[in-house]
Structure formats: C-alpha cells, structure tokens
Design a protein around this ligand. Sequence first.
Ligand code: EPZ
Length: 422
Amino acid sequence: MEKLIINGGKDLEGKIQVKGAKNAALKIFPLALLTKEPILVTNLPEIEDCRRAEEMLIALGHRVKKIKHGTVEIQFKNRTCINLPADLVNKFRASILFVGPLLASCQEVYFPHPGGCVIGAGTRPIDMFLDGFSKMGARVEILENNYRLTAKKLKGADIFFPKITVTGTESLMTTACFVDGVTVLKNCAMEPEIPALADFLNSIGAQIQGAGTPIIKIKGVKELKGGEYKIIPDRIEAGTFAMLAAASNNGEVLIENCEPLHLEVLWAAFDKIGVNYRLSKNSISILPSKKILSYDITTHEYPGFATDLQSAFTVLMTQAHGSSLIHETIYDRRLLFCDSLTQMGANIIMADPHRVVVNGPTKMHSRKLVSPDLRAGMALVMAALIAQGQTEIDNIYQIERGYENLAERLKGLGADIKRIKE
Ligand code: EPZ
C-alpha cells in the first residue's frame, strides 16, 4: 500500500508547474465515441482518473495511443455496443460522461451507479442526467444499482437543471451535439472547463452557443471531425498550491503554467486576509506575508468560491488570526476531514455538516492520517507540510486520482516528503 511520509515545518520556496485540469481532461475521452477521426490530447495530466478514462475507452473497443508524456491520441476503432464495465464506472464520477455518447451511437447503454469521491449525499445522485436523457426520448430503467437506457433515436429537448450540475451540463451538452434537432439547456454550470469543452467541440464541427453562461443552445449535427485539444491548466491545483504557499510561506513560491483569471474569487479572498501575492498572465507569485487574517467563505458554483478549493482554504484558516466560518453548500461530507485537522491541533468547531468555525492560528503537529477523498487528501498533505514532526498519509490513491507526481513536485519547493510502497 503506497503512503506519503512528510516531515513538516520546512520553508517552501521555488517554482512549481501546474498540470492540465483533471476536470477538463476527463470530459474529452468520451468524444472518441462521437467521431471516427483521431483526437490528439495535449497537456494531459498523468493521473489515476485519466488512466481509468483511457481504460474505459479501450474496454469500449477504441484506441488510446501514448505519443509522449502528457500527450495521447484517442481514436474510434469500431462500434462496440456493450455495457460500461462496472469495475471502471465505480472508480470515477466522470465515467457518467460515457453514457450519453454510447446511448446516442448504440441506442442502448447499461451501467452501475458511478463512483469516485464519497463527498455527496449517499452516492452522488445522477437524477438530472437520467431526467435529461429521458427528455431526449430515452427509456430509463432503474434495476437495483444499475441503469439501462434505451432510445431508438434521441432528439433535441428543452432541459432545465433544478440544481447546477457540472458533469450534467457537460454530459447533455456533448450528447446533444449528436442528436437530431435543437437542445436548450438552462441553469447550466459555468465552470471554465465547460466553455473549453464547447470550444473544442465547435472546432470539430459541433454547433454550441452560450457555453460558460446559464443557457446553452446546441444544434445537433450529423458528424464530428477529429482535432487537437490542449487541456486548460488545473485551476484547483493552482489555487491549492497558492494556499499552501500562503500557509507555510517564508520564501517566494512561483506557480507557473496556470490561468489566474480562473481564480478571481481566491484573489479576492487573499486581498481580504492579507496574503502578499503577484499575478501575471500565466503565473502566481506568493511572497512572505506579515499576518494572515481570518475570513468567512461560502462555497458556490463558478465563479463563486469553488467547493474543490474549500478544504485547502480551511487548512489555511487554521493559520489565520481570528475566527473563520467555512460554509460548504455543495456537498454534505466535504467537511468531515476537519476531524483529522483537529487531531493535528487545529481548533475547529463543527456547527453542522455544512458549516465549521476555524479559530486560529494554531500550531499543528503530526499524525497518522488516511486520505478520505481527493481534495481532502491534498488538504491533509498541506496540513502535514505545515505541522511539526513526521506525518504519514495512507490511501494516497485518492490523492493520485488528481495530482500528478505530487511528492516530487513538492520536493522541488523544499518539502521533506516521500512516497513509499509498504
Ligand atoms: C464536478 O462534479 C467535479 N467533478 C467535482 O470535482 C466538483 O466538486 C463539482 O463538479 C462541483 O464543482 C468532475 O468534473 C469530474 P455536480 P459533479 O454534478 O459534476 C448534485 C474533484 O475533486 N447533483 O456539479 O459530479 C450533486 O449531488 C471533483 O475534482 C444531483 O443532485 O458535481 C451535488 O450536490 C469532486 N443530481 C451538486 O448537484 C445529479 O444528477 C453538484 O454536483 C447531479 C448532481
């Protein structure tokens, strides 16, 4: 079992490169079901979830050719209308994005409930996907924990999302490219990964308008071509590294190959809490700050405070002077990792499953920890880097689902961290 061993309390300084966004990369693989021409994907993060997406594509009979580190070519090989492999669907939430294209091209798809992080109510509902496909004309059968969708011919539809859903927006936007007629999606998510996906789809022949706004209009087309897709920088990774530098900084940390414009909500928070930072077009520089002040945040869909940045911000607030209310509105289990922070010396009161009060600053000390999910796991790495003493973090598969070569990259900032295999 792999684990991370971290000796905390070291000054961090130097440069770190941001990788391509996991939540942009995972949405490109299903497109190989919609075009017979190859798609070249560059700036691809070499992470576990992308490996699972590649395995899914291969299991469905298509080809993934590794050109070089961070570059693959995905290619439709032959129409294989089979069930989505349960062992893969259970490993990552984004597996749901294969459902629409398979339904559109094979008229039938059978799959178990998608897996991934255990952060949402129960097992992260997919009702909005099923409602959307049914509005497009699909018959939805729920068979215990499996779903069978059948549709002779999907057609365009008007779909209103009762809650804002990122993968729901992406899934129905992608599927609608390939069905007859016009689809209008309302109350859409606006995360940067969505216009990035739409721009690529339009570059290979789709007709999508409004991606990045709450209303997206898609006119179905007969076929899509191939092309090249450069994955946008991972805003969550960039923001997390910025908060790590702010929490532990006595030296300058330069975060490169990122898109600061995707993190305006974090810079607004940094302005309020006194973090000393500088932005350029594609980099963030974090400099020593006199004192970090406490600050209340409420997570919200983009461009609000991203739920994926919440756990790192909570760790940062353990080092801030004063009381901070952290209100996690999207998921009901995304604050459970605060127990581990408390065991490390943080002063955190759980008001309810969606709200904690963090009182700082507190000295953090080492613990044996287990990574509960991807973002909380990274937040525990951050806490371990701040804490005095040696911390051990288990179940690091969850962290490696989203962060490429993390230990080596943090070592580049002076962290005393190693990945061991027991
Ligand atoms: C995406 O998840 C991201 N994952 C998540 O990142 C991110 O936290 C989330 O968006 C919010 O920004 C990927 O892009 C692969 P949702 P997604 O559908 O699309 C409810 C990470 O760490 N909902 O926007 O699954 C749901 O329960 C991951 O990288 C329904 O009720 O999130 C949640 O409360 C974690 N029914 C809310 O909507 C549905 O059919 C938002 O979920 C779908 C969602």
